[in-house]
Design a protein around this ligand. Structure first.
Ligand SMILES: Cc1cc2nc3c(=O)[nH]c(=O)nc-3n(C[C@H](O)[C@H](O)[C@H](O)COP(=O)(O)OP(=O)(O)OC[C@H]3O[C@@H](n4cnc5c(N)ncnc54)[C@H](O)[C@@H]3O)c2cc1C
Length: 619
């Protein structure tokens, strides 16, 4: 007789997606279990020990504004903070922080352990337990998930399940000719979840990703490297953090050389990426060094960033040299890098191939179409990156808890959040390579700045019960501070012009305002930045808002559940098939489905309005 446990929500996998999903579900009051193969790897960074960057930082700030974990954890454990793209406009700024990898995990685990209604349990899920649903129809789920079976004779039941198994499903790691089963160095793989999903009719595909070698820091000649310090005034990720107090560490920069590129070219016949040993696609934005040498054959050198993995270890991550070349080639390659002539590898680089579930099988709540109450988030959806995983986690976890309680849903649109852009891209277009966030994916990026994520999302999160009361109080205090700063700016003049008007000029900045109106010196950095951006970009933002309103009116129109596309007489078969597969909820989403033309959309509109064109209508 198996041991049985009952919860409202089960989350499988405690990576970046799973942690946010479980904490979000628990914050909404759901009795939640976070089941993961190893309680010592909660929130582990499989690859780069860093959070944020351009496009990704916006996701972290939004996750934080929704009450999430990632921003607080990196603020507490970061060892170097820098804002990337600072010379560009604020929509392009990308705060990034190096983490103390072990400390980050410990902090995430601590947050999980202290979250009410949440149990962390070491279990490996092997099989989904489902029940059949009655009734057929376009877009109707055939099954509903009711729990999972775990390794070692245990069963968990719940009203909703979130799958966040990352790179671990039927995973194989490659280093040269060697292939080892496992989703991450030193860890195993699981096959049962993939088998269960396939049996339930899900399409499953494979992607690959890779990671560089790590070095023993004591063997590096730092004198030959360029130092890269952090920012003098480190900027926090969480709206809860007032200041980053801990001391910052430096990183270092070096470069590959033509001799390294020659070595790689001479060994391509042993590179799994080129021999056919790896058959699946990896992220184009994050190519391996062998890929870079082939794709950018005219480049003589690529930058390498040497990043500490923590304060209490000298282990160094070599950013820019991800590879699955054989060990002997990696050893030789490292010795050819200036400053690394005597460096020793602590862990070799490798690539991993794993199953993912194409995300066009999901609804905008991240609930699956074939199986009701089964939600997916993170790398299992064909994305790459901790931040992308966390963003999906919070959406899936919140929706799982809301579904379990029979209470509405959390769907963010593209105009409100990068999280909305991410989820909409995934469920509407699917993926043909591991998906990562870029600012260019967002149509309204000037409105979706990282500095205003709290104003965009915290009120909404508070309405659902996702954001803590202290967070809401902090936002209210900041808004009051901004309001009084605006009053001061409008009241004070310099040369006959108000400070508010002067702030629109590029040559006039906040410090100039403070010089004229010393009362502004007490305004917090967070509030000052937002007031300045709001004033400086008011014209663009007003135009953007107008455009958003126009598009929204048309795009918001709901396509009813179970809408029968086969009824539309002149709709192309290909368009019908695509719309039937994706089952968009709104006209806006339908227009973004790949392969749908304006003419197809016009036919859908006519049909929705009952203005003819349907089969069975009189001509
Ligand atoms: C080798 C490698 C290289 C990478 N390179 C990059 C990169 O260059 N750039 C980048 O942005 N991202 C990279 N990543 C991806 C990054 O690690 C992921 O995007 C991110 O960790 C995904 O988060 P997740 O929560 O979806 O999954 P993960 O962080 O993988 O977490 C999954 C969790 O689920 C658990 N689990 C799995 N199966 C089960 C089961 N059946 N039962 C219970 N628990 C289970 C695992 O133990 C783990 O804790 C790389 C990953 C790897 C492994």
């Amino acid at each position: 007789m198996p041991s049985r446990y009952d919860y409202d929500v089960l989350v499988i996998g405690a990576g970046h997606a799973g942690v946010e999903a479980a904490c979000a579900a628990a914050r909404l009051g759901a009795r939640t279990a976070l089941l993961t193969s190893n309680c010592d790897t909660v929130g582990q960074m499989s690859c780069n020990p860093a959070i944020g960057g351009v496009g990704k930082a916006q996701l972290v700030r939004e996750v934080d504004a929704l009450g999430g974990v990632m921003g607080r954890a990196i603020d507490a454990t970061g060892i170097q903070f820098r804002v990337l793209n600072r010379s560009k406009g604020p929509a392009m700024h990308g705060p990034r922080a190096q983490a103390d990898k072990r400390l980050y995990q410990t902090e995430v685990k601590r947050i999980v352990e202290r979250t009410p209604h949440l149990d962390l349990r070491q279990e490996t899920a092997e099989e989904l337990i489902v029940e059949r649903l009655d009734g057929e129809g376009p877009g109707r789920a055939r099954h509903r998930v009711i729990g999972v079976r775990v390794r070692g004779d245990g069963e968990y039941t719940a009203a909703a399940v979130v799958l966040t198994t990352g790179t671990f499903l039927q995973a194989v790691m490659h280093t040269g000719e060697t292939q080892v089963p496992g989703g991450r160095a030193g860890e195993g793989t699981t096959a049962g979840v993939s088998r269960s999903l396939a049996a339930l009719g899900f399409r499953i595909d494979r992607f690959k990703t890779g990671t560089p070698c790590r070095l023993a820091g004591g063997t590096i000649d730092y004198a030959r490297l360029e130092e890269q310090p952090g920012d003098l005034a480190p900027q926090p990720f969480s709206f809860f953090t007032d200041a980053i107090e801990q001391e910052q560490m430096v990183c270092w920069i070096t470069r590959t050389t033509p001799a390294i590129h020659d070595l790689i070219r001479a060994n391509l016949h042993r590179a799994p990426m080129f021999t056919g040993q790896i058959g699946s696609r990896g992220p184009r934005s994050c190519p391996s060094i062998e890929d870079k040498v082939v794709r950018f054959a005219d480049r003589e050198s690529h930058q390498l960033f040497l990043e500490p993995e923590g304060r209490r270890t000298s282990e160094i991550y070599v950013n820019g040299i991800s590879t699955s070349l054989p060990r002997d080639v990696q050893d030789e390659m490292i010795r050819l890098v200036p400053g690394l002539e005597r460096a020793r590898i602590m862990r070799y680089g490798y690539a991993v191939e794993y199953d993912y579930c194409p995300p066009d099988q999901l609804r905008p709540t991240l609930e699956s179409k074939p199986v009701a109450r089964l939600f997916f988030a993170g790398q299992i959806n064909g994305t790459t990156g901790y931040e992308e995983a966390a963003a999906q986690g919070i959406v899936a976890g919140a929706n799982a808890a809301l579904a379990a309680a029979g209470r509405g849903e959390l769907v963010l649109d593209r105009e409100t959040a990068y999280v909305g852009v991410l989820v909409d891209d995934l469920v509407t277009r699917g993926v043909d390579e591991p998906y990562r966030m870029f600012t260019s994916r967002a149509e309204h990026r000037l409105s979706l700045r990282h500095d205003n994520a709290d104003r965009r999302l915290t009120p909404l999160a508070a309405g659902l019960g996702l954001a803590e009361p202290e967070r809401v109080a902090r936002l209210a205090a900041k808004q009051a501070e901004m309001e009084s700063a605006r009053t001061v700016l409008a009241a004070h003049r310099s040369g006959g012009t108000s400070l508010a008007d002067l702030l629109r000029r590029p040559e006039f900045g906040w410090t100039d305002c403070v010089a004229v109106a010393p009362a502004l010196a007490g305004v917090s950095r967070e509030a000052a930045v937002q007031v300045e951006h709001d004033i400086r970009y008011a014209g663009y933002l007003a135009l953007d808002r107008e455009r958003i309103e126009r598009q929204r009116r048309m795009a918001e129109r709901i396509i009813p559940d179970g809408f029968d596309y086969a009824r539309i007489r002149h709709l192309r078969a290909e368009a019908r098939e695509q719309l039937d597969r994706i089952r968009p909820r709104t006209l806006g989403q339908a227009g973004r489905v790949s392969g749908i033309t304006p003419a197809d959309l016009a036919l859908v509109v006519l049909s929705l309005e009952g203005r003819g064109g349907d089969r069975g209508d009189r001509a």
